[in-house]
Write a protein that binds this ligand. Sequence first.
Ligand SMILES: *Cc1c(COP(=O)(O)O)cnc(C)c1O
Length: 382
Amino acid sequence: MISTRMENLRPYVPGEQPSDKSYIKLNANENPYSQCDSVVSAVCNFVRAHPQKLSLYPDPDSTLLKNAVAAMLNRTGGVLSRAQCCGAQCTPSSQDALPFAVTPEMIYCGNGSDEVLSFLFYAFFDSSARLVLPEFTYSFYPVYAGFYNMPLDVVPLYDDLRLDVQEMSARAKRNNSGMIFANPNAPTGRALSRDEVRAMLQRANSDKAFIVDEAYVDFGGESCIALLKEFPNLIIVRTFSKSMCGAGLRLGYIVASPEIIKTVTTVKNSFNHFPIDAVAQVAGVAACENDAYYCSCAKKICAAREKFSAFLRTRGWDVVPSSANFVFARKKGVAGKTAYETIKSRGILVRHFATKGIEDYIRITIGTSEQMAALCNVMETL
Ligand SMILES: *Cc1c(COP(=O)(O)O)cnc(C)c1O
């Protein structure tokens, strides 16, 4: 009964979401801090004051949310952990100040960045050229490539898990193809500077889509939004799921040229007119307006990451330098699977990938300082 297409489908496997709430959950890179009061109030007030809005379809274009996202990016420069917040005021650090204002025409909002990525794959990649991506990166990219039947050109990482930027751009040029990677990358946490990404775009010298997934950039990477006017083929994907305490809201967005945004909107209107429900739109706007809160969360997470990384190194772990809200680490003589199982048996979930080449590592999401203290107690025994 099922199609051949379906038979060949290999779905993404997410981190465990146990119904047993007693686990400390450090396995899915979610934000350990609760959604802020202003978002909770905005949602409650909206539902109470406008129950009829739940009977009607939401704004298909998320107009207010696009406005709010653009304003938030202009206030923060797109990196929350470095933005200077004073009360409700946020200003970008000099490193992140944008050379132009992001406008709402440069924003597309979707039902999580996973959906946004699917639309981008549909709009900009096809079977005519092998899409370039790193060997170890967000494992949803190869899943989408399989879903849409697109061939891949997989570029190995260096031994220290840095991206081979020379080889990636050389292959994109040779294939005349697009490229996708996460920056900072997952599951490694390593980041490329904006200058390194600019050099890749220049070397690839292509008009094919070049997608940079900035799911983790708020934790200390450098955003490539500043490069958008130099490279009309550059597409930036971002999410509320990590730095904005919003994984449960399912909000992701694209920052790109207005032409690219129009193309993705055509895909959306051919698949699902109303990807973002009315409540999530209200929550997203309220979240953008309270960027100072997420700045303070991101700063706490970065501080906890540095402290935890230092702790692991003193205990003999090899820790990949991270610019994200997680660390990727291994210890000689301790199998990744054993580390994962031991930690789980003590009530804490981390992530282990059985993938050859990174099977020695575990990926640990940075939680609150209390959660990290509990984890350190367990790690002492490994
Ligand atoms: C978590 C993650 C996403 C998914 O984000 P959603 O908005 O929750 O769909 C996308 N890309 C990377 C690299 C991620 O780690």
